[in-house]
Design a protein around this ligand. Structure first.
Ligand code: FDA
Length: 583
């Protein structure tokens, strides 16, 4: 092909990871092209759970309001009912997604943002729209075929699937955001570990007004112990809310070793009715699809000028809802680094920290999701069911649960505890929020990496130690509450200090001028830029009033000083140069 189009960054894929990367790069003023092989955004709801860290990214992008407007809020997400069907007997309930009062407090303390439930087919247009309106060239029906890279850039061969023509795109960097069947990962030969296609699920998207079954126990998922649903018969059927309470996904298992089932509309209606437990409810099937559960992560996400984000480098079950969230956060980690390198403000070695920081996260979330998958079978084991239970044995087992015998008592205990243990499929606040990066873009301050006081997967751990996420603290200005998060981000570095830390302002000005990298300085406390009205900054900043916290554009603490050193400009300059790969 003769034509060659040029851009700074080519993004392959316009799912959550790629569309977020495009929106971020355009917001940072970096020229980019984003490709989507297909003619539209996701045509089915897929991912829904949008966790606090992801909403923070949207807040930073100025998109939080639009996301909240379209999403189902937290208070309608939480009641997860286990039952024989939606109309059938309840076996127990969980308060998920931090709606238990104890977790709600933890949740609200961790972030100015709230978890919400936004179907992927509504999220993607928000991101693609922001990318497009801020300068990205969004190319639908355009497929990456192959690419080559050299010392100066990447040349991709792409195909316009409408015109059937091919052309080249030459970029300085390429982001592989092309999902679970990534061409980019395959072509790079990135090492993948784990198992693909370990279990199959059928998704039936349908419209039905189920208000009368759920409005008194609002939740985004209802779990049903029914025979024949899962792989090997011992699985669990799910009704997944898409829009309250009129649109749903019925999730049903199938045995992948028997091949992909071909489904008729009648099959879809049968599945929906079996999950609802009332055949008289009018059901309108919108779509049906099958998907396989993968448990795979890449041991490396980068080769030369190509970085991979999202499902391309981590694929796992939807348990814990970490997929699209982690994908968007990969892009949030990568894009400010690319912007600084492309503007010549940082050395290309800054990009190594993308690998160092995000490969461990990919490994961690795949491990978490697969352990969460393992929490469902004990529910069936507790019922002492045969491997492929029929309706009668299931009914007998459930009836036996109510018997006043010692054996049934044991079984009740095992069943209730198995059911309650599944809370780790939903509430893993620590996995979502406790990033702890070790890389050349984090400057250690010599303090030991103390153990979190509580289970680090379950609970958020707020600290300003370098490599950790900046704690969210409310401060005030003109009597208005402002989160510490809002003082940071937007593609730039920020320095937080107390009222006695005025000398940091001169230091930051000097270093900004020398390195050509803006640093915003905010003093917090009596008479400062922001009032520490609740005393939270003094109590939780872990630095003295004349100390300082250097926050990277992605809200990660890059460095901190416990007190004002003799030469603050030298100290700040050393730290920032190290982060930028300049020393
Ligand atoms: P994604 O697959 O979304 O996007 C890939 C993009 O690349 C697409 O635009 C595609 O067209 C494009 N592409 C591919 N090859 C290309 C090529 N050669 N050239 C050009 N373009 C190409 N996650 C979560 O966080 N919470 C949840 O609740 C759930 N629930 C859930 C339910 C179900 C049923 C599924 C299947 C998945 C989830 N997930 C989830 C996971 C979530 O859907 C998934 O993690 C994200 O879509 C990943 O986003 P990516 O952008 O990485 O890939």
């Amino acid at each position: 092909p003769a034509t060659t189009v040029e851009t700074e960054v080519l993004i392959v894929g316009a799912g959550p990871a790629g569309a977020a990367a495009a929106a971020l790069l355009s917001t940072y003023g970096i020229d980019n092209i984003v490709l989507n092989k297909y003619g539209s955004v996701s045509n089915s709801p897929r991912a829904h759970i949008t966790n606090q860290r992801t909403v923070e990214v949207f807040r930073d992008l100025g998109l939080e309001g639009e996301v909240i407007r379209q999403a189902t809020p937290q208070h309608l997400m939480g009641e997860h009912v286990y039952a024989t069907s939606l109309a059938g007997d309840e076996l127990g309930r969980l308060r998920t997604w931090y709606t238990h009062p104890h977790f709600k407090a933890e949740h609200d303390l961790a972030s100015p943002c709230s978890v919400c439930d936004l179907p992927q087919d509504l999220l993607e247009p928000i991101l693609v729209g922001a990318a497009s309106s801020r300068g990205s060239s969004v190319r639908f029906d355009t497929e990456l075929l192959t690419f080559t890279q050299d010392d100066d850039g990447v040349t991709a061969r792409v195909r316009d699937r409408l015109a059937g023509t091919e052309y080249h795109i030459r970029s300085k960097y390429l982001i592989g955001a092309d999902g679970g069947n990534s061409t980019v990962v395959k072509q790079l030969g990135l090492p993948l570990v784990g198992e693909m296609g370990s279990g199959g699920s059928i998704n039936v998207v349908f419209e039905a007004d189920l208000t009368r079954f759920v409005e008194h126990r609002p939740g985004d998922m209802y779990w049903f112990v029914q025979p024949g649903v899962g792989h090997g018969g011992g699985g669990i059927g799910v009704l997944r809310m898409v829009r309250p309470w009129a649109k749903w996904i019925g999730v049903w298992g199938y045995d992948v070793t028997a091949g992909t089932p071909s489904l008729t509309e009648a099959d879809g209606i049968r599945i929906a009715h079996q999950l609802i437990g009332d055949d008289s409810v009018p059901v309108k099937i919108e779509s049906m699809s099958t998907w396989a559960v993968n448990q795979v992560y890449a041991e490396d996400n980068t080769k030369g000028r190509v970085m991979c984000v999202g499902d391309a480098v981590h694929r796992h079950s939807p348990m814990n809802g970490l997929g699209s969230n982690t994908s968007i956060q990969d892009s949030y980690n990568l894009c400010w680094k690319l912007a600084l390198v492309l503007r010549g403000q940082a050395a290309p070695t800054l990009l190594d920290s993308y690998r160092e920081e995000r490969v461990p996260v990919g490994r961690q979330i795949v491990d978490r999701a697969s352990r969460s998958e393992g929490l469902m079978p004990p529910i069936f084991q507790a019922l002492n069911l045969p491997r492929t239970p029929d309706a009668q044995s299931m009914q007998n087992a459930l009836a036996a649960l109510s018997e006043p015998t010692t054996a049934a008592w044991e079984r009740r205990r095992a069943f209730d505890s198995a059911l309650q243990d599944t809370i780790m499929c939903f509430n893993t606040h620590g996995v979502e929020t406790n990033q702890n990066y070790r890389s050349n873009a984090v400057v250690p301050d010599g303090t030991p990496d103390s153990d979190a006081p509580r289970d680090e997967e379950l609970y958020h751990f707020a600290t300003t130690r370098p490599g950790r996420h900046l704690p969210h603290l409310w401060v005030t200005r003109d009597q208005q509450r402002v989160s510490t998060f809002d003082l940071c981000g937007k593609g730039g570095f920020s320095l937080l200090t107390g009222v006695s830390g005025g000398a940091w302002r001169d230091a930051a000005r000097e270093i900004s001028e020398r390195l050509g990298v803006p640093i915003r300085v905010h003093t917090i406390g009596h008479g400062g830029d922001y009032e520490d009205s609740y005393g939270d900054y003094a109590a939780q900043s872990e630095v003295e009033e004349d100390g300082a916290i250097l926050v990277r554009p992605d809200h990660i603490v890059g460095w901190r000083a416990a007190t004002l050193p003799a030469n603050p400009a030298a100290a700040l300059g050393d730290a920032l140069e190290q982060i930028l790969g300049l020393r």
